[in-house]
Design a protein around this ligand. Structure first.
Ligand code: ADP
Ligand code: MG
Ligand code: MG
Length: 934
């Protein structure tokens, strides 16, 4: 079975061992494009071939094997690069000789000669690592040109402009790449000529200027590098090869790898490819395309091309490109062939491709192919379409879609049309790592305090831009719409915090030069943006735009998403439930595919404006009667809440957790009360206001403060809460139980079948459950007798302290279901409080590698996970088929979902917005397990 992870073209070698003897006597450092089978044999797998030849080289070889029109060429392996760098910039033994004989083979294949003015062969020398690192390493085109060859080519082609354009490009690229000469003096000379001629484009310069520029460039090389531009073609190739190898360790490439988490010791291959020319007149051209639309997923070739131009012109944006659809009109034959090749490539790679091509005098040449990058929206449609076209199975389609692709549909996004328009106008100023999805628009600020001030006091929308963030920047990040950093990778502080709080964020934008002191930043192209300027970022793609771009909120009714998730549903075993406190949340969750409520936090309803005063009076009541009076006021409100939930879920399971937090959370803040009291006392002393009224208010406040003091705890997280509170204040949970059963009876009378699940929080002993359950049963039976309807119900508990997991068999005596409250379970297992950790030492722990991940985001499998395993095992030992779920935030985290699947849980319950992601992640978990068993 072929999978997304190991996308292997159909006929790659089956892992035959390398030829040991050959390897010992003579390492093969050079593979010509038609030797891909040898590379497969040496490397064992397609992944190995990509490692050895780099992605570009492996695919050029693969296309050659498929008999596609690829200019002849060869690859110098990444092994050679590694040996070169390890030896202090020296080619390994035998490598250069192998390269030279490959050049000789190229000469035979093209019937041209390298450096020969009569019939010159020109080549490109292109970098290409295992993983694509766009624009991070170097490529030199037109190698083999020199004075004599140039003149000869003028005679051969009759096109002086073309020849000297190619020649001056070679010198410029060669000087900057090989000799480290800065680009500036070259640009300056070009600019001189442009302004003298009054033209905008180099392409509009006449031949004589290009000839003069070529001479000028040679002089710049002499002045800056103190040596002449080499006239010897072989020498050019040798030095260019070295430069490409060295560019692996260039700062740009290094920073990129660090940020993208690519290993530094893979090395790059060098691809030497016979040049083909797209700038030889009206029947020539060059272009880039994807085999389908990678923005929308539509099945149509998508891309840009230019007539009479060389490859880099398309990307450089100096000339207005034509949409690829125009090709059909301008070069119908080429168009037909290109489409045929595109289809073949898709079939072969079973994946949408991103291609570069050039047409030389009506003949199509393929210069590159790779798996195309895509938007989340396209990723889903492409997976569905490829499965329907039977290029991949439905299982693979589901596996190819990543949780973050689904996540995309749940955040505001850039309006694709507006985004493309902005990009066409040059607003795309940089890109980095997409670490936290969603679009964000705001004014640039360069420090956290300004971010907070602007956002909160001035009510501005801001984007915080920093070189990197630290714990004391968190308040600014929270105040910002989005965050951009120029340094840092996927596990940097900024990335961790951003994901935690769902702040759209792009990190590792190495092209941005941030000068926080001068309150400005400079982009790679030299554009300067100041504090207060508008910025738009796309945390899903990692793109950063100057200015404001319109956004849209996509939604889960996208037909491709709906279809893909319906496939996912068929593969998963875990149920997907939701945490919902209000009917509107429950409705949304059901729309997203939730199959039950795993957690309703009843206390959330207590915080509502009209209820909080009643709740407070209830807590502060001095007598049982007083309290009963307040509870009687709360009862109809709670009943209505539950009725709403039951109706919204229409017979699906609804789990209601009885009151959980410590009571002080409902009371006014101690310190604030104290301040008010001091204020009142001062006013009384200063005779500021009516004395009697002040006295009365003071007395009332002091009474509240007394109660708050009485309820104050040293460690509220470990204090009077959960089942302990229910035991301490039985009237309160009785009221809740009554509300639940009354609501259930009302539903039952209307014919809605349901079985409420009553969940008792934070039990640590079986006796707590025994006592609490007896009390609740009593109330339930009372209600049922009163109502004259029999409704079934279930009691269960949350497992959220280690002791409960360790004695789960005893707990299961009284609990008919378990739900892991992994947030508290993580706190109590680690003995750390989440709030203190996340605003404090946690990021330090993560950066120092003491913790590999935030255990509040992804379940700590070794510790918390082990307790869960014990809980599952013991619980089901005592009660066969015991229903077990999880209702912590972890329930929406893909890695934690996979763990829950493996641990044999029945369902995960997550926030409504995570439900679609959880459906996919649960399917992934099941499919990965199936794969592992094969
Ligand atoms: P990048 O990875 O930056 O795309 P490439 O190595 O692909 O660098 O080359 C840069 C540009 O030069 C591309 O447009 C490519 O198509 C073009 N190019 C590379 N080699 C040749 C060649 N032999 N003939 C014509 N164009 C080429
Ligand atoms: Mg390329
Ligand atoms: Mg809890």
């Amino acid at each position: 079975m072929k999978t997304a992870a190991a996308k292997k073209p159909k006929k790659a070698a089956r892992g035959k061992p390398a030829r040991r003897i050959e390897a010992q006597t003579r390492t093969k450092f050079v593979y010509s494009f038609d030797e891909i089978r040898l590379a497969e044999r040496a490397a064992g797998s397609w992944d190995g071939v990509r490692g050895l030849l780099g992605g570009k080289g492996a695919n050029l070889g693969e296309m050659t094997k498929l008999k596609m029109p690829v200019p002849p060429g060869f690859v110098v392996t990444t092994e050679a690069c590694k040996a070169f760098l390890a030896a202090g910039d020296r080619f390994p033994r035998g490598m250069w000789e192998q390269a030279l004989s490959a050049v000789a083979a190229l000469e035979r294949a093209t019937r041209k000669k390298f450096g020969d003015p009569d019939n010159p062969l020109l080549v490109s020398c292109r970098s290409g690592a295992k993983f694509s690192m766009p624009g991070m390493m170097d490529t030199v085109l037109n190698i083999g040109l020199n004075d004599a060859v140039a003149e000869a080519l003028v005679r051969l082609t009759g096109d002086e402009r073309f020849v000297f354009d190619a020649y001056r490009r070679l010198i410029q690229m060669y000087a900057t790449v090989v000799l480290d000469v800065p680009a500036k003096p070259f640009e300056a000379l070009l600019e001189q000529h442009r302004s003298r001629r009054g033209v905008w484009n180099d392409a509009d310069l006449p031949a004589e200027d290009l000839r003069a520029i070529t001479e000028g460039f040679k002089q710049i090389v002499m002045e800056r590098a103190h040596r002449p531009f080499p006239m010897d073609a072989v020498e050019q190739l040798r030095l260019a090869t070295m430069a490409v190898f060295r560019s692996w360790n260039g700062k740009r490439a290094y920073d990129y790898r660090k940020a993208a988490g690519i290993s530094h010791d893979l090395g790059t291959a060098v691809n030497v490819v016979a040049m083909v020319f797209g700038n030889l007149g009206a029947d020539s051209g060059t272009g880039v395309a994807t085999t389908r639309n990678v923005t929308t997923g539509e099945n149509a070739l998508e891309g840009d091309f230019l007539m009479n131009a060389q490859g880099e012109d398309v990307v450089a944006g100096t000339r207005k490109t034509l949409p690829i659809a125009e090709l059909a009109r301008l070069m119908p034959g080429v168009d037909k062939e290109l489409k045929r090749i595109a289809r073949t490539l898709e079939k072969h790679y079973r994946e949408v491709q991103d291609i570069e091509f050039t047409v030389e005098r009506g003949k199509l040449w393929m210069l590159q192919t790779r798996d195309a990058k895509r938007t989340a929206q396209a990723a889903i449609r492409l997976a569905v379409d490829l499965a329907k076209e039977k290029l991949i199975s439905r299982e693979e389609a589901v596996l190819r879609v990543k949780p973050e692709h689904v996540d995309y549909f749940l955040h505001p996004q850039l309006d694709p049309a507006a985004r493309n328009a902005a990009s066409d106008k040059g607003a795309l100023i940089a890109s980095g790592l997409n670490v936290s999805p969603g679009a964000a628009i705001g004014q640039i600020v360069f420090d956290a305090d300004t971010a907070e001030h602007w956002a909160q006091r001035l009510e501005k929308k801001v984007i915080l831009v920093r070189a990197e963030t630290r714990p004391d920047d968190v308040h600014g990040m929270l105040a910002a719409q989005g965050v951009v950093t120029s340094r840092g990778g996927r596990t940097s502080h900024a990335a961790l915090v951003a994901r935690q709080f769902g702040i759209p964020t792009v990190v590792g934008v190495v092209a941005l030069e941030i000068d926080a002191d001068r309150r400005q930043m400079r982009t790679g192209s030299g554009k300067v943006l100041k504090e207060g300027d508008w910025l738009t970022i796309d945390g899903g793609t990692g793109e950063v735009f100057a200015g404001e771009i319109a956004t849209v909120v996509p939604d889960v009714t996208d037909p491709y998403l709906v279809e893909l998730l319906s496939w996912a549903d068929r593969f998963r075993r875990l149920g997907i439930w939701t945490n919902a406190d209000y009917p509107r949340d429950a409705e949304r969750a059901r729309k997203f595919g939730a199959e039950g409520i795993g957690l309703c936090r009843t206390e959330h309803m207590f915080f509502e404006a009209e209820r909080l005063p009643v709740v407070r009076s209830m807590i502060l009541a001095r007598s049982a009667e007083e309290r009963a009076g307040e509870l009687a006021k709360l009862l109809p409100m709670q009943r209505a809440d539950f009725l709403g939930l039951f109706r919204a879920m229409d017979g699906l399971p609804v789990t209601i957790r009885l009151i959980d937090p410590p009571l002080h959370e409902f009371l006014p803040n101690h310190d604030e009360l104290q301040r008010t009291i001091t204020e009142l006392e001062t006013r009384l002393k200063l005779n500021d206001g009516d004395a009697a009224a002040l006295e009365a208010e003071l007395a009332a406040k002091r009474k509240v403060l007394d109660s708050v003091d009485a309820l104050r705890e040293q460690n509220p997280m470990l204090g009077l809460r959960g089942v302990r509170l229910g035991i301490h204040m039985p009237e309160l949970v009785r009221m809740q139980m009554r509300a639940i059963i009354e609501a259930a009876c009302a539903c039952a009378k209307k014919g809605v079948k349901l079985k409420p699940k009553i969940m008792i929080p934070l039990a640590a002993t079986s006796n707590e459950l025994k006592v609490q359950r007896a009390l609740l049963e009593d109330e339930a039976q009372k209600v049922i007798r009163e109502q004259g309807v029999k409704v079934p119900y279930q009691f269960g508990t949350m497992i959220e302290v280690p002791r409960a997991a360790l004695i789960a068999d005893h707990i299961a005596e009284y609990a008919e279901f378990f739900s892991f409250g992994t947030n508290d379970l993580t706190q109590t297992t680690f003995g750390i409080s989440r709030d203190d950790a996340e605003t404090g030492f946690l990021s330090e722990y993560l950066q120092k590698g003491i913790l590999e991940r935030n255990p509040f985001a992804t379940i700590d499998q070794a510790g918390v996970g082990k307790l869960m395993e014990i809980g599952v095992k013991l619980g089901r030992q005592r009660r066969k088929g015991l229903e077990i779920g999880i209702c912590g935030e972890h329930g929406g985290d893909p890695a934690s979902i996979a763990f829950c699947h493996r641990t044999g849980l029945d369902y995960v319950s997550c926030s409504p917005f995570r439900v679609p992601v959880a459906r996919l992640a649960a399917a992934h978990a099941a499919l990965e397990e199936k794969k592992a068993r094969r």
